[in-house]
Design a protein around this ligand. Sequence first.
Ligand code: HEM
Length: 226
Amino acid sequence: MNKALSKSVNIFKSTIGKKLLVAITGLMVCLFLVFHLMNNLIIFTGPENFNQLVGALEKIKPLIRIMEILLVIIFFTHIYNSAFLTWSSKRSSSNKYMHLSKTSSTIYSRTMFFSGSVLLIFIVTHLSTIWFNFQNINDHNKYYYFVTESAYGFGNIFITILYLFSMLLLGFHLRHGFESAFKTLGIKNSKFEKIISTISVVFWLFIPLGFFSIAFWFGILDGGKW
Ligand code: HEM
């Protein structure tokens, strides 16, 4: 391996390197969430549009597959490195620096591991129910029904509760995570601080609220049927 390459591989083994990986992959997930929410909000416009949209995505399957593989790598890198950093900071929690950082922490930063763990359970459930079954649906008219009424979607109160609770914790996770990522990248304490704080509201409030509203409308209010 040439020297420059081995140097850059080594940086990702260090704490700061791992923090950088968590920050970059976290922001990539945020970007995915913007597109994912935009696609999913179409569900409010009725079955025809939603089924058509998912059908259109089917037509560009190779591209979607590449994106899904990238997402797996991004999620794995984010989760593995966050878990590693949490574990190593717990191990050194007796040092003075940790006590100092505890006094300036918020409920959002203190619950990052908990919110992240619930979100991991959410993702596994979400993919093994919705995503997995979508691969086997041949009738394009069934996507909307599957998400809004089936036992794998919001026809199941337990799934609905998991979505609602997870979206609350997604808000918690992003309340700390979004701005913290920019801090790690060294951008937070610059002239961009105000802009980042404003954009962060979109991520910790409006995006989780968007997903929450879908689960609440179809899972609790039954799509306005009662
Ligand atoms: C109300 C909430 C949500 C709904 C209704 C929803 C719906 C869907 C649907 C229909 C698919 C399958 C798309 C396809 O195969 O064409 C999907 C896939 C996926 N969802 Fe969600 N989703 C929600 C929230 C989330 C959240 C909060 C995350 C991440 C934290 C997420 C992560 C994913 C991932 C990684 C995939 C697989 C990649 C893809 O096919 O786009 N979803 N979701």
